[in-house]
Write a protein that binds this ligand. Structure first.
Ligand code: UDP
Ligand code: MG
Length: 331
């Protein structure tokens, strides 16, 4: 089994009813608010709960802040990753450490309001294994972010065969069966929302209006979003590869047609002195297409390469408030 150390941490304690998995990357400004809201939420739950914060290599005071806020309260636990592994990997680490009957994944910045959790839980009690929260309105997000997100969900729906719900992030509740299935999925390219969509089970949605970030700045700059989008598509679809094939074929046919035209022009001695512009255009177009398609293939080859290395998905440097276990993070 992967991530043995963190698995032991999980097995050695009494399972609470709910585990909250909260990835944290440089969130010191918002953490005091978050912990207060979590405490309020805990008293409204119908069972005991734990909050597992995963520090994803923060460089600000997030770890100290969590240490202070959680001091003396055994329900607040902290897993520190050895460096920044990214949001999706931080969620994975949290899932590995979670012992609850139901696990709720939420962002640290209060864009996933703790109160919505009560609705997620109600659906879970109705027998749904996975309950995801759908954003019906997004406040405080730029026009650019909203439109790129909507383009991405549209593209994703077109190229993948599984039904990945639109406008759903990683804010969701999953039951034990889904959690175990997730832990059995060894892939390195982890597009968490796609993985949960893939596994089936009874799934449903709860709608909510997404408020702006409570404090601090987004930790998802454009390049991180683009990376997530590309990997989301590549890990759930081979359509880009097939498009490369058909695109290549179409362009070859066009090039062939142009070749025939050029030869005819030569044979009929028409327009021989001209043609520099068209040559440049055709050559650079073909080079561009070629490079693009090599790139597409490269994405998949890169994916295979990272799988065959079989490295651990993440490395834990320290855990706090999990009893006296201190996993080294080695597998
Ligand atoms: N996050 C993380 N690692 C990263 C980037 C972000 O753990 O490399 C966490 C971050 O602390 C937050 C969540 O992922 O709890 C979502 O990030 P953010 O709110 O910045 O994304 P946005 O809501 O702007 O898409
Ligand atoms: Mg956010």
């Amino acid at each position: 089994m992967r991530n043995d150390a963190i698995g032991l941490v999980r097995q050695r304690r009494k399972a609470p009813r709910y585990s909250f998995v909260i990835p944290v990357y440089n969130e010191e400004e918002v953490l005091p608010l978050l912990v207060d809201r979590m405490k309020d939420l805990f008293v409204r739950l119908d069972g005991d709960a734990e909050a597992i914060f995963i520090d994803d290599g923060s460089t600000d005071g997030s770890v100290d802040c969590l240490g202070r806020l959680g001091a003396g309260d055994a329900r607040f636990r902290l897993v520190e990753l050895s460096r920044n592994f990214g949001h999706q990997m931080a969620i994975t680490a949290g899932m590995d450490a979670a012992a609850g009957e139901a696990v709720i994944v939420m962002d640290a910045d209060l864009q996933d309001p703790p109160e919505v959790v009560l609705e997620l839980i109600a659906k879970w009690r109705d027998g749904y294994e996975i309950v995801y929260a759908r954003r019906v309105r997004r406040d405080g997000e730029t026009w650019f972010k909203r439109s790129t997100a909507s383009l991405f969900y549209w593209l994703l729906a077109r190229v993948t065969k599984i039904d990945i719900p639109r406008d759903v992030g990683d804010f969701r509740l999953v039951g034990r069966k889904a959690l175990e299935t997730f832990r059995d999925m060894p892939e390195h390219d982890r597009f968490v929302r796609g993985m949960f969509a893939w596994m089936g089970f009874k799934q449903t949605a709860v709608s909510f209006e997404r408020p702006p970030r409570a404090r601090g700045e987004t930790k998802y700059p454009f390049w991180k979003m683009a990376h997530l989008a590309v990997h989301g598509i590549v890990s759930f679809s081979d359509t880009p590869l097939r498009m490369a094939l058909w695109g290549g074929l179409t362009v070859s046919l066009l090039a062939l047609g142009y070749g025939v035209y050029a030869m005819l022009a030569w044979a009929l001695e028409a327009g021989i002195a001209q043609g520099w512009t068209s040559t440049i255009v055709v050559v650079s177009f073909l080079c561009g297409i070629n490079l693009f398609m090599t790139g597409v293939v490269g994405l998949y080859v890169g994916g295979i390469y990272s799988e065959v290395k079989r490295r651990p998905l993440y490395v834990v440097s320290k855990t706090t408030s999990f009893g006296d276990m201190h996993p080294t993070g080695k597998e």
